[in-house]
Design a protein around this ligand. Structure first.
Ligand SMILES: [Zn+2]
Length: 248
């Protein structure tokens, strides 16, 4: 067994070498800034044009990175950033921006800077200007508690950016009787999930004191450009800002 860090370095070298194999000019990954002849299929339900052959990012990562640059102006602002369950390549890009004070956090990930439970964060109230939390909450036993914690550590004028896998059904599927990993596998199709979000995801976030806007940011591009950047279809970024309650 190699130490986790050595395994990550080897994996990175492997992916870099794959980038050469797919050299071309048909598609462009804004994260590793590489041009390739194609993105690769990826996912349990195989999606064509999903995976960057060089940096291993998928549609939602590229979309978030564009949003961060163009809407959040991440390169220009001095921000305290918390990145939950950091995607390695996005973390690398964010860490390189010297205008940010950046922390990443996860329960167990070897690439995270802090090992924390999202349901009981160790940070002070009103610490962060920006929190990134992508495809995390479905894997947390109490997502409402996690959202309360994210709201607590977010500044009152800060932004929480969420992405989640949404199922077509209206309501989130949560079965209290699914307790063991085997039962959860049966209930949700994955042993490490605690629920399958439906179209009410934004409402569930709003219920914890946020104003929520769902942004389909790929639509900021022409269809040709969406394909060239491999942005996928229907991927939403939920922009959540703390709801201020007027004193009565
Ligand atoms: Zn890439």
């Amino acid at each position: 067994m190699l130490p986790a860090q050595a395994r990550l370095t080897l994996r990175k070298l492997y992916w870099l070498s794959r980038g050469w194999l797919y050299a071309g000019s048909k598609v462009y990954c804004p994260i590793c800034e590489g041009s390739f002849r194609t993105f690769l299929p990826f996912g349990s339900e195989r999606r064509a044009q999903a995976l960057c052959p060089q940096c291993h990012t998928v549609e939602r990562h590229r979309l978030l990175w564009l949003f961060l640059q163009e809407k959040v102006k991440i390169r220009e602002r001095s921000l305290e950033v918390l990145h939950m369950a950091p995607e390695p390549m996005l973390q690398t890009r964010l860490k390189s921006l010297l205008n940010l004070r950046y922390r990443s956090a996860d329960l167990t990930s070897p690439v995270a800077m802090d090992h924390v439970d999202i349901q009981a964060l160790p940070y002070s109230d009103n610490t962060f200007d920006l929190i990134l939390c992508s495809h995390v909450l479905a894997h947390v036993p109490d997502d409402q508690k996690a959202l309360q914690e994210l709201r607590r550590v977010l500044k009152s004028d800060g932004q929480l950016l969420l992405q989640a896998r949404l199922h077509p059904h209206a309501h989130t599927l949560e079965k209290t009787e699914a307790i063991t990993p085997q039962q959860r596998l049966q209930a949700y199709g994955q042993a490490d999930r605690y629920r399958n979000y439906g179209q009410d995801f934004g409402k569930r976030v709003a219920a914890q004191g946020f104003a929520v806007e769902a942004v389909e940011y790929a639509l900021s591009r022409s269809p040709e450009e969406q394909a060239r950047l491999g942005l996928g279809k229907g991927e939403l970024i939920f922009v959540a800002t703390p709801q201020v309650h007027e004193a009565k």
